[in-house]
Ligand binder design. Structure first.
Ligand SMILES: [Zn+2]
Length: 239
């Protein structure tokens, strides 16, 4: 492939440098929404955990209310039993009566213990809730700050991209059409790399050696020379 002219090769090298910058900027811009949705997902997960703790607390409260109702019933029973004490005639009846009161009172203590346990659980849960809420507050402000920073980065990157694209158009205008088409085809087939440096008889695009004779030609930088292996345009950078 002989199109010749050092200037055209120089332009292609510049264009490739620009295109590398443009691709990098573009990928930064593309990644930002993913980063934002990543931190938002994390926040959502924390919020879900918080809801679970709140639900746990509600169920503890309900259990406590139920136990308190049971306790009221038991206390009612005890009062009723005690009012009957005066009606008792025989000693045997009296002994049985005392035993009954004792057994109901035992029930009462058991329920009271259960309520105490529930209250302890509730207290621990509330502590946990408070801790989580603090985490969420700080996490939320971190996310907001992160988003703000990323959005500013997008704006900046888009501005830079615009300038890069303008510079690109400027260069493209001076490149021969046929050569530009070749370049663009190589960009597509070469994963964004169409023009690569060759160092010590090695193409830096595919890392393959090529014949020394080709390297001699290459050093002149007077023609458009393609790597025999990856077909990218290669050039020699003089020290
Ligand atoms: Zn190559």
């Amino acid at each position: 492939m002989v199109v010749g002219l050092k200037d055209q090769l120089k332009l292609l090298i510049n264009l490739q440098e620009l295109d590398i910058h443009i691709l990098k900027k573009q990928s930064i811009i593309n990644e930002i929404p993913l980063n934002i949705s990543g931190v938002e997902t994390r926040l959502k997960k924390i919020l879900t955990n918080l809801d679970k703790i709140k639900q746990g607390l509600e169920s503890l409260e309900k259990k406590k209310r139920d136990k308190e109702r049971t306790l009221d019933d038991i206390n009612g029973k005890i009062t009723k039993l005690k009012t009957r004490t005066t009606e008792i005639k025989t000693n045997k009846e009296y002994q049985a009566h005392l035993k009954e009161i004792e057994s109901v009172e035992k029930e009462c203590y058991a329920v009271e213990d259960e309520i105490l346990l529930l209250m302890e659980e509730t207290e621990a849960s509330l502590k946990e809730l408070k801790l989580r809420e603090e985490t969420i507050r700080s996490e939320k402000s971190k996310v907001a700050e992160f988003k703000k920073k990323l959005e500013a980065e997008v704006l900046e990157a888009e501005k830079e991209l615009l300038a890069l694209n303008e510079a690109r158009s400027e260069i493209v205008r001076s490149i021969e059409e046929e050569l530009y088409n070749l370049y663009m085809n190589l960009i597509k087939s070469g994963k964004g790399l169409a023009v690569v440096e060759a160092k010590e008889e090695i193409c830096l695009g595919c890392n393959m050696n090529f014949p020394p004779q080709l390297f001699v030609e290459l050093k002149k930088n007077e023609e458009i020379i393609k790597c025999p292996q990856c077909h990218r345009i290669i050039y020699y950078k003089s020290e």
